[in-house]
Design a protein around this ligand. Structure first.
Ligand code: SAT
Ligand code: MN
Length: 579
């Protein structure tokens, strides 16, 4: 038995006073015992078992349907260490305030002790966490999203270390809801929510917020990135990592179905949300996907946009906040099939009256990665895969072209640090508002973001062979607000351009913001996009970009003295190039 673990569990028992304590072993038998209990308590509802074997529906509280950024805190002893973009509370204040809420919060409930591994079992790059929760929904999800149970205890051993995370569902009162991180002691506390990103503590809380803090100290990177594998016609494999904000298509890109497969271009998936990257002996960045499952957005997911996601989630998966037909078929907007005549919406209203969306815009599936038809054989490689390209992107109706390449590592870091995207329903609050979301890490960086930029700069110095850096924008619109790039599978075309750039084969046009494809360097055969539209997609408006630099300057001022000088220099250089 691990002494630190025993001590911490005892402490949590004293604090929360559960009626029972259950140590999860992650076995099939355990799940088979939990399932009837979840069904009986209404935590899960059976979906059509013929069409969706092993799949269940879960409804969260209507006030608890997305991450809560305003209730998420980084609790470092000094406020400066949390930085200007994070909410901060002192560790003492946070523990006093929320400790009061945890007091007796599991009375009448069972405490589940959930040991888990982030990363492939046995990998030197993986890390162990233990979540304590009073929610069976959390257990069922963690079982899919991580390597959970005895396997983690075995890896932990008697004196191994782990990241503890305490979760209690509480009263589901938004005024008594807090997601707290104590990076200095690698501890997570989550109270008063039952929704994914707030309560599956291995995901954003550990693998991004706590891990990013560890990574800076230890010289690696924890990033909000998908990892994809690209096979080219010669059979050669290239791996790329891409950072987009939540609900901007990371899962779709990671599972891209290539329309050019008959020419030999094929995409496989390593991960769809999080990458842990280290410098290998060869000076390259090597990445693992710490997760074992996908927690993907459903609305807009169809056989056309992401057939692989649908196939992955066809069995052994949990559907959260979707609509359902009388015979147990899940349904959501953009599924690509007509809604059945009678539908129960995500709130449980039957029949759905069609006034509001039937599925919540942030409804999700939790599915095992190993079920993905395009999962790469390398996805659990204990050493990870070498990354040749880093791609930044977001939703941007105007300004940024379809794809461009940075001039250098530092210029690439500048592009990442100034990324902007329209907000989505993945977080509570207004959607569609343009905000700066550096490296898609704004909600997930566990320390001062100015220092995070500096860490990026330093990693580029330490890695003798760092990846090339690109920026993409699938979401450019015309004057009428219509998307002008088809996206989805066709995104293979800019990806091929990136591959050819890495291999020194594709032409590019040098512009003030970086290198943009020449129209003839993009593989466009078989695609119905006019030359005019293509020109528009690749165009750079110098006046708009000048206005952008003013906005970037303001953004940079947020970070004060913590902004690395390399980034101010990149801004000066960009202004000069714009004239
Ligand atoms: O809700 S999660 O944080 O798990 C998903 C996301 O917003 O990226
Ligand atoms: Mn995410």
């Amino acid at each position: 038995m691990n002494a630190k673990l025993q001590r911490w569990v005892d402490e949590c028992i004293r604090l929360t006073q559960p009626d029972n304590v259950h140590w999860c072993d992650g076995s099939e038998e355990e799940y088979e015992k939990m399932l009837p209990e979840m069904l009986q308590k209404g935590i899960l509802t059976e979906l059509n078992q013929k069409e969706y074997p092993g799949c269940y529906l879960h409804r969260t509280h209507p006030n608890d349907v997305a991450r809560v950024e305003n209730l998420t805190f980084i609790c470092t002893s000094k406020k400066e260490d949390a930085g200007p973009t994070n909410n901060w509370m002192s560790p003492a204040d946070a523990k006093a305030k929320v400790g009061e809420m945890f007091k007796g919060s599991m009375k009448g409930r069972t405490m589940y002790v959930i040991p888990y591994i982030m990363g492939p079992a046995g990998s030197p790059l993986s890390k162990i966490g233990v979540e304590i929760s009073d929610s069976l929904y959390v257990v069922a999800n963690m079982r899919i999203m991580t390597r959970m149970g005895q396997i983690a205890l075995d890896q932990l051993g008697e004196d191994g270390d782990f990241v503890p995370g305490l979760h209690s569902t509480g009263e589901l009162d938004p005024n008594r809801r807090f997601i707290l991180h104590f990076p200095e002691e690698s501890l997570i506390w989550s109270y008063g929510s039952g929704y994914g990103g707030n309560v599956l503590l291995g995901k954003k809380c550990f693998s991004l917020r706590i891990a990013s803090f560890m990574a800076r100290k230890e010289g690696w990177m924890a990033e909000h990135m998908l990892i994809l594998e690209l096979e080219d016609p010669s059979g050669k494999l290239t791996w790329m990592a891409a950072a987009f904000p939540s609900a901007c298509g990371k899962t779709n890109l990671a599972m891209l179905v290539s329309p050019l497969e008959n020419e030999g271009y094929k995409v496989r998936t390593i991960g769809d949300d999080i990458a842990w990257l280290r410098i290998g002996e060869d000076g390259r960045l090597w990445a693992i996907n710490p997760e074992a499952g996908f927690f993907g957005v459903l609305p807009g997911t169809s056989m056309e946009t992401n057939s692989s996601a649908l196939v992955t989630a066809k069995s052994n998966s949990i559907y959260t906040n979707v609509a359902v037909s009388d015979n147990g078929m899940p349904w959501w907007e953009g599924m690509g099939v007509e809604p059945p005549p009678i539908l129960t919406d995500w709130l449980g209203n039957r029949p759905w009256n069609g006034e509001k969306p039937a599925a919540h815009p942030n409804s999700r599936f939790t599915a095992p990665a190993r079920q993905c038809p395009c999962i790469s054989p390398r996805w659990e490689d204990p050493m990870g895969v070498p990354i040749s390209a880093i791609i930044f992107g977001g939703r941007r109706a105007k300004l940024t072209p379809l794809v461009y390449q940075s001039n250098s590592w530092n210029h690439g870091v500048f592009i990442g640090a100034t990324m902007a995207s329209e907000t989505t329903s993945a977080a509570m609050g207004k959607s569609g508002v343009l905000r700066r979301d550096p490296m898609a890490m704004l909600p997930f960086c566990g320390y001062n973001m100015g220092q995070y930029f500096d860490h990026w700069i330093k990693m580029g110095v330490k890695a003798s062979n760092p990846p090339a850096i690109f920026h993409v924008n699938w979401f450019r619109q015309d004057k009428n607000g219509k998307f002008i790039w088809p996206g989805f599978g066709e995104n293979i075309r800019p990806i091929i351009w990136m591959l050819d750039r890495i291999n020194g084969k594709a032409k590019g046009r040098e512009t003030p913001i970086g290198t943009v494809p020449t129209p003839d360097s993009l593989h466009m055969e078989g695609l119905n996009v006019s030359n005019e539209t293509l020109e528009q997609l690749l165009s750079i408006n110098v006046e708009d970009w000048k206005a952008e630099t003013d906005s970037i300057e303001k953004h940079f001022q947020t970070f004060g003295d913590d902004l690395p000088s390399e980034l101010s220099e990149e801004l000066i250089a960009l202004k000069k190039r714009l004239g």
